[in-house]
Design a protein around this ligand. Structure first.
Ligand SMILES: NC(=O)c1ccc[n+]([C@@H]2O[C@H](COP(=O)([O-])OP(=O)(O)OC[C@H]3O[C@@H](n4cnc5c(N)ncnc54)[C@H](OP(=O)(O)O)[C@@H]3O)[C@@H](O)[C@H]2O)c1
Length: 336
């Protein structure tokens, strides 16, 4: 019998998640049936969505999420022992999974990590995986940026935002990013080629935008929601496009009593803006197209990435808590 550890939701979060909201439990894994594989986690993802999604799950649920794992036993020909696989296996150090079963996320079924040309396989959780594709499809398909246009992105130093800003540069746009520390802002302009970046915690956003984007904003990639987004939307040009990716500014709030943001309808009507939300699973059938393009840009030196790595499976809660506090630059991952 193989022993395995997993994290369960011990309490529903109130405000910021805390270490004792999680419980580490140990169990014995069952023997494999046909169509199943046994995996050992190599790298696990911590993502903002885990905070709001937890509300819909009862206490005792295994924390959900994706990981890159090594196949150590297999009763499925398409998933040979020794290969690395990406799947929604949850916060589990070891697991037995049915690879034929589509899970409820609507994301692609477990797949063998493609050839990343020598790059770290953990990128399958970030720039060459879910967050990369969120940036790639969510920005290009919804904002439809044209060369010469001005793009604003919030959550700009995070996994999705840092990729969006660089894709916008690749497409010939002027890019303005907002992030939560001076170090992040410096990274965006000096390393990633953003034209302007601002610390949204210390900057007068209205004034900064008037200077950085005197001709207005054509595309806004919204990762955060709230007042910051309302301020940006008010400075958009006619027929501007807003891709609504997330609202991390509200994730720690009580969902039945969310904070109010300044009204944006006047700008949407007056400027005839188009605002559309999305879930990246919309492009599940084009998953590898996105990953291949992102990989090519990395190989060509056009796209950079950063991972904030926490070591040790037992530190999953810490990595998750710190990511929500903004301690990550680029993708937050846990390496076992
Ligand atoms: N629609 C989809 O399919 C999809 C898929 C993936 C992700 N998302 C969304 O995309 C957004 C970014 O996700 P990610 O994985 O790239 O995470 P991330 O940006 O790497 O990490 C989360 C970041 O949120 C920022 N943050 C925390 N509290 C904030 C607040 N009150 N106001 C503004 N920013 C705050 C922090 O950066 P600062 O230091 O800058 O505050 C933190 O680093 C999230 O809203 C997420 O839910 C959506």
């Amino acid at each position: 019998m193989v022993k395995a550890r997993r994290f369960v939701l011990a309490k529903h979060f109130v405000g910021e998640p805390k270490e004792d909201d999680f419980e580490l439990v140990e169990e014995e894994l069952p023997d494999l049936k046909d169509g199943e594989i046994r995996v050992e986690a190599v790298a696990l993802s911590v993502d903002p969505y885990m905070r709001p999604y937890s509300v819909n799950h009862p206490v005792g649920t295994t924390m959900f999420g994706s990981q890159v794992a090594r196949i150590v036993e297999s009763r499925s020909e398409a998933y040979p022992v020794g290969k690395l696989v990406v799947g929604q296996f949850g916060w589990r150090e070891r697991a037995v999974v049915d690879v034929g079963k589509q899970d409820l996320t609507g994301l692609p079924k477990p797949y063998i990590v493609p050839d990343f040309k020598g790059l770290s396989k953990s990128l399958a959780l970030g720039v060459l995986g879910m967050t990369g594709n969120t940036a790639y499809f969510g920005f290009l398909e919804l904002c439809k940026p044209k060369a010469g246009e001005t793009v604003a992105v919030t959550g700009a130093a995070g996994a999705v935002g840092s990729t969006v800003g660089q894709i916008a540069k690749i497409k010939g746009c002027k890019v303005i990013g907002f992030a939560g520390s001076d170090d992040k802002v410096k990274w965006l302009t000096s390393e990633l080629g953003f034209d302007h970046a601002f610390n949204y915690k210390t900057t007068d956003i209205d004034e900064a935008l008037k200077k950085a984007a005197p001709n207005g904003i054509d595309c806004y990639f919204d990762n955060v929601g709230g007042k910051l987004s309302s301020t940006i939307i008010k400075q958009m040009n006619n027929f501007g496009r807003i891709s609504v990716c997330g609202s991390v500014a509200s994730y720690n709030e009580d969902p039945s009593n969310l904070p109010e943001a300044p009204i944006i309808q006047r700008a949407i009507v007056g400027k005839q803006l188009k605002m559309e939300g999305f879930l990246v699973k919309r492009w599940s059938n084009r998953w590898l197209e996105g990953i291949n393009q992102l990989l090519q840009w990395i190989v060509e030196g056009k796209l950079k990435y950063n991972e904030t790595v926490t070591r040790g499976f037992e530190n999953m809660p810490t990595a998750f808590i710190e990511m929500l506090q903004g301690k990550n630059v680029g993708k937050a991952v846990v390496k076992v």
